[in-house]
Write a protein that binds this ligand. Structure first.
Ligand code: DX5
Ligand code: ZN
Length: 219
């Protein structure tokens, strides 16, 4: 059985029918909820914040994977723990003291993730990889759903997988942005463990079947 995971991104859900879309994910073969928090400073978009996450957590029955696209994320680590985040991912580019931030996330009882923008070299994580539970490789520039997948991602995944193996780390690899049924298999073959999918799931005619199909592709 495959341990590869599918994480629908709630950014692409219908916010006027949020409970319906959360229940759909609960009932589907999806593994995680991917929650994008954007501050309008680190990325050129503002998504949603604490009250919405609180509402999601009330209904979601699966792992809550929070992707912080915000500056100075240290300010909110405890807040996100209290709101029910299971995995908390910060951006490499937003953390001056990444090692300290990772320890703080773990001390608050969550798994610690680091996201890399498309221009950020995976080797920059060499000295901290053993402290990271999840590396999120951005396969689009963060800020918006529905963008096209950057092809250079495959070589980044392979390079990161080699680094994880070399260091004997237990780090998982997540891919975020432009994931669909055309690139899912190649991403998993390159070493990915978790695939985030927003538009591809929620803009499809039958999101439950789309998740099932993605799950089948990565098995
Ligand atoms: C982009 C977000 C992604 C986004 C993915 O900044 O981090 O999680 O929701 O959406 P799609 O799958 O539509 O590219
Ligand atoms: Zn994301």
């Amino acid at each position: 059985m495959s341990t590869k995971r599918i994480a629908p991104s709630i950014l692409a859900a219908d916010f006027a029918n949020l409970q319906r879309d959360i229940e759909m994910v609960n009932q589907s073969e999806a593994d995680w909820f991917h929650i994008d928090i954007m501050d309008g400073v680190f990325v050129p978009n503002i998504s949603f914040g604490m009250p919405v996450l609180k509402a999601i957590n009330k209904h979601a029955t699966k792992t809550i994977d929070v992707h912080l696209m915000i500056v100075d994320p240290d300010r909110y680590i405890q807040t996100f723990a209290d709101l029910g985040a299971d995995v908390l991912t910060v951006h490499y580019e937003a953390c001056t003291h990444l090692h300290r931030t990772l320890q703080a996330i773990k001390a608050a009882g969550m798994k610690a993730g680091v996201a890399l923008n498309p221009h950020t070299n995976v080797n920059l994580l060499e000295d901290v990889i053993n402290d990271i539970d999840l590396v999120c490789i951005m396969s689009v520039n963060p800020g918006f759903g529905g963008q096209s997948f950057i092809e250079n991602t495959y070589q980044k995944v392979k390079k990161l997988k080699a680094l994880i193996t070399e260091k004997g780390a237990a780090t998982e690899i997540e891919i975020d942005g432009g994931v669909n049924d055309k690139n899912a298999k190649a991403l998993v073959d390159a070493g990915a463990d978790v695939l985030v999918a927003g538009s591809f799931v929620f803009r499809s005619e039958n999101p439950t079947a789309t998740i099932q199909n993605l799950k089948k592709i990565v098995s």
